[in-house]
Ligand binder design. Structure first.
Ligand SMILES: NC(=O)c1ccc[n+]([C@@H]2O[C@H](COP(=O)([O-])OP(=O)(O)OC[C@H]3O[C@@H](n4cnc5c(N)ncnc54)[C@H](OP(=O)(O)O)[C@@H]3O)[C@@H](O)[C@H]2O)c1
Length: 339
């Protein structure tokens, strides 16, 4: 990275992802000259720490982006829809974590290990994919490159932190209430999440799938730039705090052995192979927490189809699924002198 430094904003700085963005900018020594922390009026005046300094959170406003070069957004779709174009217009490039622009054909949708060349600042906004999609495409990229992927059937087991801070609090509270024999209630999810699984993430659509499931279908094809890949997703919220898990079943175009897949994944960018079941070693969400790699294991042949493989893929949804991926995109902007 060059000696240049940048004036950066984090929009949604007080949220689960925004907070992690601040931490990841610091950990990766991103060249920040000044950091502006933005949230709603509710949090204005609150202080957050960056590089040992306390920074006061400001209310997001139309003039918040003047003089800045980069803004990392994670305050939800409606905030992004209103303010990302304002930021871009002010010359401040946006990396957006919401789903607002992901499927816009003019907006790049980027996972640095998979399609770094899609990065362009022309539209002023770059979209960060959905957390579940990111970890799946990181694991599948080497297979797509080697033999081509015809079809993916994925089932997810997604942590409550993917819904934000209120959902983490809701699970904690329900576990406590259940242990104390107190009445349990819920606000964030439509049912109790403690000791339960909800096959319902995002709204149900006319085709019977949920929004989250269709994100996995559409984003996977856009990131791979391969619209011939068939994807069938079932997304499930589980009572885990951090780390999304996925059962990923793949039908490849050409044959590939389990050994070849292990070989490819052991040197793949952003992947950590954890696949020695004889030693009880396989990816688990508790091991993904705080890491940036996508953990892959339980790789085996699917005997029910000619070129079938099945595997288990786990990653920290707040880091690689959101904050780290966004900062990695920002690093590409710096490396290529695009900001
Ligand atoms: N969590 C994940 O795994 C994950 C992964 C990928 C993408 N995302 C996306 O990232 C975004 C944030 O998720 P999160 O989990 O961090 O949610 P969160 O914990 O609920 O945080 C939401 C953040 O947005 C801010 N905000 C809300 N309304 C605002 C407004 N009108 N103006 C300015 N700021 C506003 C909040 O500020 P206040 O403190 O003022 O309320 C807070 O900082 C969502 O779009 C989500 O889909 C999340």
């Amino acid at each position: 990275m060059q000696d240049k430094a940048f004036d950066v904003a984090v929009v949604g700085a007080t949220g689960a992802v925004g907070n992690m963005m601040i931490q990841v900018l610091e950990e990766r020594s991103f060249p920040v000259r000044s950091l502006k922390l933005l949230a709603s009026a509710r949090s204005a005046g609150k202080k957050l720490s960056f590089r040992g300094r306390q920074i006061t959170v400001e209310e997001l406003r139309e003039d918040s982006f003047e003089g800045l070069q980069l803004a990392l957004f994670s305050a939800g779709g409606s905030v992004s829809r209103t303010f990302a174009p304002i930021s871009a217009q002010a010359g401040c490039v946006v990396v957006d974590n919401s789903s607002a622009f992901r499927m816009d054909p003019k907006i790049p949708l980027v996972v640095p290990e998979v399609n770094p060349d899609a990065v362009t600042v022309a539209p002023g906004i770059i979209a960060n994919p959905n957390c579940s999609t990111i970890q799946m495409v990181v694991a599948l990229k080497p297979i797509q490159d080697a033999v081509g992927i015809k079809r993916i059937v994925v089932t997810t087991f997604q942590a409550v932190s993917g819904t934000g801070k209120r959902a983490v609090d809701e699970l904690r509270r329900q576990i406590k209430d259940l242990s104390n024999g107190d009445p349990v209630n819920w606000e964030v999810y439509p049912h109790r999440i403690a000791f339960n699984c909800l096959p319902h993430i995002g709204a149900f659509l006319e085709n019977g799938y949920t929004e989250e499931e269709m994100k996995m279908v559409n984003e996977t094809r856009k990131i791979f730039n391969d619209y011939s890949i068939g994807v069938c997703a079932t997304t499930v919220r589980v009572p885990v705090y951090y780390g999304h898990s996925e059962s990923v079943n793949v039908e490849t175009r050409n044959p590939i052995s389990v050994e070849q897949v292990r070989d490819l994944l052991s040197s793949a960018s952003g992947v950590k192979l954890v696949d020695t079941p004889a030693d009880k070693l396989y990816p688990m969400p508790i091991d993904s927490e705080g890491r940036d790699e996508t953990l892959v294991g339980r790789i085996r042949k699917d005997p029910s189809v000619e070129n079938g493989l099945t595997m288990w893929v786990v990653a920290d949804n707040i880091r690689k699924g959101a904050a780290t991926n966004a900062v990695q995109i920002a690093e590409i902007l710096v490396e290529r002198n695009l900001i």
